[in-house]
Design a binder for this molecule. Sequence first.
Ligand code: HEC
Length: 497
Amino acid sequence: MPQPIDDTKTLKAFHRLPLAWVGFLLIVIWTMFFVWDNVSHRGTMKLLTMRNIHNRAAMGIENVIIFRRWNALHGGVFVPINDYGVPNPYLKGLVERDLATTHGDSLTMINPAYMTRQYFDLLEKDTRFRGHITSLRPIRPKNAPDSWERQALESFEKGSTEASVITELDSTSYFRLMRPLVTEKPCLKCHQQQGYKEGDIRGGLSISIPIAGPLALMNQDIHRRTLFDLIVWMLGVAGILIGFSKLDKADHYRLEMLHRLMKLKRKTDRLNRELEETNALKLMLIDTMTHDLRKPLQVISGFSELALDSYPDDPYITRIDQNVTRVFETLNDVTILAQTALGESIPLEEVDLVPIVQEVSGEFTNLLEAEQLSLKMDIPQRCIVKAHPVIREVFRNYLSNAVKYAADGKQVDITIEETAKTVTIRIRDYGSTQIPEEKYPELFTRHFQDDEIHHGRGLGLFIVAQIAKVLNGKAWVEPNRPQGNVFAFSIPRNPRE
Ligand code: HEC
């Protein structure tokens, strides 16, 4: 019996899935990912760019310090006096500043600070980097610090070793880096007079690098990344939207199918109920026929036999008796048909076909003798199948047909052939009524009407076909050479396997 639909359980399945929410959430997550990626990329780029600029400035200062030390180690370096090698007025009195060579050329001393200034002039021409040597107590007034340099120098006095800032110089953005210049031993040659000792902060070096260029490069990179992110983001969003619209369609479809299924299920339930009612009706019908109709018929039959005994030559009574017998036969047929129509519900049991064949042929002994028909049997000792005793009707039908229509053949053979899985019964006659092969398929149908072959076969073969169907077997006819027909019936040993 089919399960009735549990509506409370299925009701949940009828809800639309919250696809819009899931899709929205996915887009939000996707967007957040790209915002995060973009922001973190910007941060990294800025950090890298600033570190790069800082490194360049730091390297510049370090180089200058080394070159200055080289100069100081020489205690100042002499160059020829000319437009470029102008004697330094601040050296006057500190050291022996000017010399004359043996050839009469004049040389003047370049001290580290002077060299530094000339180097910074050259540097600015080439790179637009600006450099400045300065001190809180400058010997040369032009070496005085600007306000930021002053702060830095003061911080060096307090122990810090570097200062940096991003600022505007002549309305251009600069990164400025400054480090202290510490008094070393060679410096004392010229600076001892001012009271400096080894380790004192003598002043500082600042380098300023314009950052517009590197920042533009950085921004270009950031913009490129943003564009790329945007494209990937849009592709993702489009993918999500398309995917979810497809899912949405599928969900629609799912619901529609569910509704259809529900309808179908209701219909099947109804049909099943109807079927059960029909089956109950069939059972009732069988019951009516087997009991309610049979009983009065038996009474009539008893009395008609009695009457026939008393008046054996009365044509009316003979007719009554014959017809009562026919009604009996029809009743039997219809009962069996109704049983087989119940199909699966007929109970199967172990049946030995051999005694059944013997019994049925026993029923026909008188008729066979009357028609001078000889019956040959080729059957085993036992033949057990899972079937229903109604199978008896198959033999009965086949045999009675053979007697009725093939008596002129003088012989009927019954064979039972067995294999592991199936059993095949054949009833072979040698009569002159040859059934044409094209009629074979319709022979077993309910409406077969061909008086030549059929006249009065009644429900017989249709019943055989029904029994075959119920037992999962088949019934068929084949020609017997040179004359006659073979009615065959084959069933599996266990139809429910
Ligand atoms: C040969 C002499 C000489 C030696 C060696 C020397 N300086 Fe100077 N230094 C000067 C003179 C002269 C000035 C000032 C004018 C100028 O800018 O040239 C000066 C200027 C400076 C200034 C700029 C501030 C100011 O006073 O104008 C600093 C800073 C400085 N020296 C640091 C040092 C350090 C550090 C050393 C050692 C590595 C050193 N100097 C070695 C002669 C010397």
